[in-house]
Design a protein around this ligand. Sequence first.
Ligand code: PLP
Length: 405
Amino acid sequence: MSFDVSAIREQFPILKREIDGKPLVYLDNAATTQKPQCVIDALVDYYTSCNSNVHRGAHRLADEATRRFEAARDIVKDFINAPKREEVIWTTGTTEGINIIANGLGKLLQPGDEVIATGMDHHANLVTWQQACKASGASLKTVPVTDEGELDQAAYAQMLGEKTKFVAIPHVSNALGTVNPVQQMTAQAKQVGAWVLIDGAQGATHGWVDVQAIGCDFYVFSAHKLYGPMGIGVLWGKEAVLADWPVWRTGGEMIATVTLQDATWNVLPYRFEAGTPNVADAIAMGEAIRWFTALDQEAVAAHEKALLDYATQLANEFEGLTIIGKAKHKIGVLSFVLDQGHPADIGFLLDRQGIAVRTGDHCAQPLMARFNVPGTARASFAIYNTLEEVDALFAALKKVRTMLA
Ligand code: PLP
């Protein structure tokens, strides 16, 4: 198999758009990726051919919808190498997955217990553990970030101890692109008996994930960063842990029996899936993963690496540009500031030239404070981006520099 970027681009209708008469150069993929036609078709097809509520109907449409919905769960199971399909819980996205676990953790922690998060966390990860600690009287420690934008492994090793009950680490930093050594960090946390959650929002978007190899207890991610729809994602958790984890939302589907005074809980995965699920988007998430994993993964990785390497080379040659985040192992993200101009101005002036990047704190305010910047401009790459688009970014940045001067 090989990798034909033009053929890939053809499958994304939105990439044909123009912005003020200029071709769209979409470099905001860490915020959300665009969707291939087959994912859009999966949504339309569901609503036009078998829309129905799942699990509880006695008719043909309900049966078909349930089959497709549960088949999507199997696709996710294989994608992350989960041992059991029951361990795959549908959520609205990474944020909800983290909240489900943090809510339960708040009830399990005792004063004196410690939770470890990191200085490069997305607010979805950091703020949620802050709240779990406040609710329980536990304390929160955060792994510092080095000047290169890596997690300080010596500091992490020092933090771990018998009080450590929970460790939450991003697989890949959305603001810096750093790929963290999650397997090694999980193994260290396991030595002190802590539970481990990996925030895979940016990790599951670049290829197969192997939750068994990582060894974590929980892995969470969102479909919309993986060529799938918004409003759907997955919490994966080890059956042995999830089966006893405190339930979060209550309501239909998550119960086994109900009396006027009490209720008992359903088995996994339904225990954590209260209410009518987002059936159409779950099916379309399955389609996105099916589409993505059918690509030659080595070629995909090589293409993404070529984009980042080329962008980094041009950034290093660009006068007045500082890259924020120079980790040895990086993926998909070039975050930078210019000597002149606030990141918001850079974003605005790039948009006038058809280039879509993200600017601001990237939901990582403590990380921006760590690097002493108000925010950065961030170009983030996906498989449909081209080296010509990287050239277009830097040609546009030259104009931005002139305008700001
Ligand atoms: N964690 C990381 C590392 C992210 O990049 C994001 C989104 O940008 C999130 C969590 C939250 O994801 P979502 O908004 O899809 O729930």
